[in-house]
Design a protein around this ligand. Structure first.
Ligand code: TRP
Ligand code: SF4
Length: 416
């Protein structure tokens, strides 16, 4: 089984493998549970999840949940970051309490970005989020002391051989790199420490799944109890609960029997027992974490093919580039067009391989009918790539004009 490397510059292509090798579930199986399916799920940009059932349940029953994601401030924010920003904003609109981490520790440790640059880029990310309507808590990792304490606590639950198995870390891996990993785990758990245990969804790109798996494992290890449904009863087992907490579990249920290291409960549902046990765990100084959920979106390909990255300026568009540059980048973008006009008319284009079609699909065309029309014309050879690119360039320019105004209106309000 090949491992996923979150710091690689290669795009991850084999999405099917994610499902089979890593146990990510397809998004299809939760869509029926979501009251209003957002466009990024309808359009299959978000393709997978772990444990999203619990989030869908919170959305439809209006129960509290958290949403958190993080951005590494290693360059200016650009089109490639918009998707996850929109996902966070949508979850906040669905009732989630929102959190965004600026991963300056990771940018400094892994990419060697100076702290000054981290601040500068970090503020730009926050201004974009504000422009998209994000409301909630934001922080820089390096300035969040409670986060750093949580990272230290989480670090008691992981050893180097696990880091080697997950990330391929070796004897020459810098300690700070490992610290940035555990800081990300702390990010993922932070909302539950800050505003109480609740299901938490972490929208990320598929490359971030190793962090999600690690965080889920650690969240479980940091619990005092595990709750298991057995035939005819529910067993609450202590992992590292103080005796007083186990006694409290026994007293909380009329038909409970206490044994060495566990309490067996007759009657009551697993959900009820789990909720009560969580309260007891909290009252005895525990974290009572819900295991975090995640969603996975595919990446928008770069305009030059390959990955969209600020280290390849032609591959992407950042939000303050002058219009002529934006037009030029779009006009030079790789399409799914044919070699000749004759072939294009006869065979049609290949929208799924076209960076510009995907740019439209991800962000530039909000109406499904309009997008379907572009797809139909492309497939039927009814439109030339030249014209289609021009249309796209104008959409991007218009989008950026509006977005920039919102960003600029937010910029003064952002403090580090
Ligand atoms: N590692 C992420 C990236 O490279 C950034 C990040 C930091 C993050 N903390 C996070 C993502 C918490 C999701 C959740 O982009
Ligand atoms: Fe892409 Fe448009 Fe050309 Fe189709 S017609 S391949 S969508 S540029």
């Amino acid at each position: 089984m090949e491992e996923i490397n979150p710091w690689s510059s290669q795009p991850l292509v084999d999405v099917e493998k994610l499902f089979t090798d890593f146990g990510i579930e397809t998004i299809e199986n939760v869509l029926p549970m979501i009251p209003e399916v957002p466009s990024f799920m309808r359009r299959r940009i978000v393709i997978g999840h772990r444990d999203y059932q619990q989030i869908a349940g919170c959305i439809s029953d209006k129960r509290p949940f958290h949403v958190l994601t993080g951005f590494m401030p290693s360059g200016h924010p650009h089109l490639g970051h918009l998707m996850v920003m929109k996902e966070v904003v949508w979850h906040v609109q669905q009732g989630g309490s929102g959190y965004v981490a600026i991963a300056d520790r990771e940018a400094h440790a892994v990419r060697g970005i100076s702290w000054e640059k981290c601040d500068e880029f970090g503020k730009e990310y926050l201004a974009c989020l504000c422009a998209l309507g994000f409301e909630g808590t934001t922080y820089f990792q390096s300035r969040n002391n409670r986060l750093k304490d949580l990272a230290f606590e989480a670090a008691t639950k992981v050893n180097f051989s696990e880091l080697t198995a997950i990330y391929g870390f070796g004897a020459d891996t810098e300690l700070a790199h490992a610290e940035s990993v555990i800081t990300q785990v702390a990010d993922i758990l932070f909302p539950q420490v800050d505003s109480g245990p609740a299901p938490t969804v972490v929208p990320v790109g598929v490359d971030q799944d190793p962090h999600i798996r690690l965080a889920r494992g650690i969240a479980h290890k940091m619990r005092m109890f595990t709750i298991e449904e057995r035939e005819g009863y529910i067993s609450v087992r202590s992992k590292n609960a103080p005796e007083a907490a186990l006694n409290a579990v026994k007293s909380a249920f009329p038909h409970a029997k206490k044994y060495e290291g566990h309490v067996d409960i007759k009657g009551g549902t697993c959900t009820e027992v789990a909720a009560r046990v969580r309260e007891i765990e909290r009252a005895h100084g525990g974290f009572a974490f819900y295991t975090p959920s995640s969603t996975y979106h595919i990446f928008m390909p770069g305009l030059t093919g390959g990955k969209m990255s600020s280290s390849i300026p032609e591959s992407t568009i950042s939000f303050h580039e002058p219009d002529p540059v934006v037009r030029k980048k779009v006009m030079n973008g790789i399409t799914g067009g044919r070699m000749t006009l004759e072939e294009q008319k006869r065979l049609g284009g290949e929208p799924d391989r076209c960076s510009l079609y995907l740019l439209n699909l991800f962000h530039m065309v909000t109406e499904d009918a309009e997008l379907a029309e572009i797809r139909r014309k492309c497939l039927g050879g009814e439109i030339t790539c030249g014209q289609c690119k021009k249309d796209t360039a104008e959409r991007v320019v218009a989008f950026l004009k509006e977005f920039r105004e919102k960003i600029d209106a937010c910029t003064d309000t952002i403090r580090v």
